[in-house]
Design a protein around this ligand. Structure first.
Ligand code: PMP
Length: 425
C-alpha cells in the first residue's frame, strides 16, 4: 500500500482510475515517473484549455515570482489584478458588448456558482432556483441543490432545499414541446411552482453526459426568463474559456445572461481562479458580503492576463479551435460508428460518445489509459466517454490520441458494426 492509499482519504477519485504517479507535463502530453507518456484528453477537467505549462504563461509567472511582487493580497489592489481586469475588459467584455461587473469569489467553480445564487436571491428577494436534469454546478450545498446527480446530492447529508429540477434540452426525447411545463406552470397560479429567483443552466452539460443545448432552446429559455423577471445564470465554468469554440459558450445563441460563472481555465494555467460576472444593475452586494481569503490570486491574474493576450487577442484563435473541433468530431463519429447505438454528443472540444451499454465508456477509458491516453467518463451512469483535449492541441497529437481511443474502443466494443454486418452477410 502506498502513501496515497494509506494516508489519503477514500474520497480520492481520479487517482483510482489513473493509478500512476505523474511527474512532468508539457502541452498535451503528461508523463509518469515510470517514464510512460500519455496524450491528455482530460485537460484538468477543463482547467487546462491551453495545455500544460504553456511557455507564454509560464514565463510571466516565473518572472512575477522572481520579481518580489505580491503573491497574496485578498481583494486588495495590485498591479497584477489591474492588468487582469484591464485585459479582460479590453479583450473579452468590450468586443462582445457585455457590460458586466466582475466579482472574484473564492477560487473554485462551486464558489462562483454560490455567489451567483446568493446574488439572484438577494436581488429578487425570492429563494427558489430552477436547475436542469443532469446539471452539475459543484459540491457545496447551494450548488448541490441545483445539481442532478443523486450520488453527489446524497453526499450533502442534509436536505437540499430552495431549488428544483426541470428537463434539459433532449431529456424528454422530443416527447413534449420545449419548455411546455415551465411556461404553463409559471402562468398557472395553481401549479405549485414558486416563482424562481433564477434559472441556472450549462450550455453543454460537462459532467451530466455531454448533452448540448440547441441555440434556439437557449434563446427560448432566455425569453421566458425575461418575460417573467427571472434571472438567467449561465454556468460557464466548464464550457467557457473557448471550450465550445467561442470565449463564452452562449455566444453562438446570441443570448446575454444576467449572471455568468467562470472558473477552471480562466487562469489558463491550472491555477485556481473564479469570476462571477453580472449585469451592472445587479451589483447590490454590500462590501464583504461574499468574502474569502483566496479571492483573486495574483499568480492566477498573471497567467490569466497572459492567456487572454496570447490567445484571445489573436483573431485566428477561434478558427484554429474550430479546425481541431472538426477533427475531433470526425474521429469520434468514426469510433461511434463502430458500436451499435453509440452517438456523438457535445459541442466544440467538449465532446464524447454516448454508449447504450453503460459499462462500455468506463472500460474504454481504462483500456485507453493502458495504451497511453487520459480520457474520462461522464453522465449519471458514467455511460459517456468524454474527450476534452487542449484547445491548443496539434493536429498530430489529436490524431495520435484519437488513434489510441479507436484502438481501445475496438478492443471493448468489438471490431465494429460494419465489419460485423459484413461477417453476418
Ligand atoms: N460548474 C460546472 C459546470 C462544472 O463543470 C464544475 C466542475 N466540474 C463546477 C461548476 C464546480 O467547479 P469546482 O470543482 O471548481 O468547484
Amino acid at each position: 500500500m502506498d502513501i496515497f492509499e494509506s494516508l489519503e482519504s477514500e474520497v480520492r477519485c481520479y487517482c483510482r482510475n489513473w493509478d500512476t504517479v505523474f511527474e512532468r507535463a508539457a502541452g498535451s502530453m503528461i508523463y509518469g515517473e515510470d517514464g510512460r507518456e500519455y496524450v491528455d484528453f482530460f485537460s484538468g477537467a477543463g482547467a487546462l484549455n491551453y495545455g500544460h505549462n504553456h511557455p507564454a504563461l509560464l514565463r510571466p509567472l516565473v518572472e512575477y515570482l522572481l520579481s518580489g511582487a505580491v503573491v497574496h493580497s485578498l481583494d486588495m489592489k495590485t498591479a497584477a489584478k489591474r492588468r487582469f481586469l484591464e485585459t479582460f475588459h479590453e479583450l473579452i467584455l468590450k468586443p462582445r458588448d457585455l457590460d458586466y461587473k466582475v466579482m472574484f469569489p473564492g477560487p473554485t467553480g462551486t464558489n462562483c456558482v454560490e455567489a451567483a445564487l446568493k446574488l439572484a436571491r438577494k436581488v429578487t428577494g425570492r429563494p427558489h432556483i430552477l436547475g436542469f436534469t443532469n446539471a452539475f454546478h459543484g459540491m457545496t450545498l447551494g450548488s448541490l441543490a441545483v445539481t442532478g446527480n443523486s450520488m453527489k446530492r446524497h453526499g450533502a447529508g442534509v436536505p437540499l432545499s430552495n431549488a428544483s429540477s426541470i428537463p434539459y434540452d433532449g431529456f424528454l426525447d422530443g416527447g413534449a414541446p420545449d419548455f411546455q411545463w415551465l411556461r404553463l406552470a409559471l402562468d398557472d397560479r395553481g401549479s405549485g411552482l414558486e416563482k424562481p429567483a433564477a434559472i441556472i443552466v450549462e450550455t453543454v452539460q460537462g459532467e451530466g453526459g455531454l448533452r448540448a443545448a440547441r441555440a434556439a432552446w437557449l434563446r427560448e429559455l432566455s425569453d421566458i426568463c425575461h418575460q417573467h423577471g427571472i434571472l438567467l445564470i449561465v454556468d460557464d465554468v466548464q464550457a467557457g474559456c473557448g471550450r465550445t469554440g467561442t470565449f463564452f459558450s452562449f455566444e453562438e445563441s446570441g443570448i446575454v445572461p444576467d449572471i455568468v460563472c467562470l472558473s477552471k481555465s480562466i487562469s489558463g494555467f491550472g491555477l485556481p481562479l473564479a469570476l462571477t460576472l453580472f449585469k451592472r444593475e445587479l451589483d447590490v452586494w454590500k462590501p464583504g458580503e461574499h468574502n474569502g481569503t483566496f479571492r483573486g490570486h495574483n499568480l492566477a491574474f498573471v497567467t490569466g492576463a497572459a492567456a487572454l493576450e496570447h490567445f484571445w487577442q489573436d483573431r485566428h484563435f477561434e478558427a484554429r479551435i474550430a479546425a481541431r473541433a472538426d477533427q475531433l468530431q470526425a474521429g469520434l463519429a468514426r469510433i461511434a460508428d463502430a458500436a451499435d447505438g453509440a452517438t456523438v454528443r457535445g459541442r466544440g472540444l467538449l465532446a464524447g460518445i454516448h454508449y447504450t451499454d453503460a459499462n462500455a465508456a468506463g472500460k474504454i477509458a481504462a483500456e485507453a489509459f493502458a495504451r497511453g491516453l487520459l480520457v474520462e467518463t461522464s453522465g449519471p451512469e458514467d455511460e459517456v466517454l468524454k474527450t476534452m483535449p487542449a484547445l491548443t492541441i496539434s493536429a498530430e497529437d489529436l490524431g495520435r490520441g484519437l488513434a489510441i481511443l479507436a484502438g481501445a474502443a475496438e478492443s471493448v466494443t468489438g471490431t465494429g458494426r460494419r465489419t460485423v454486418l459484413k461477417t453476418v452477410a
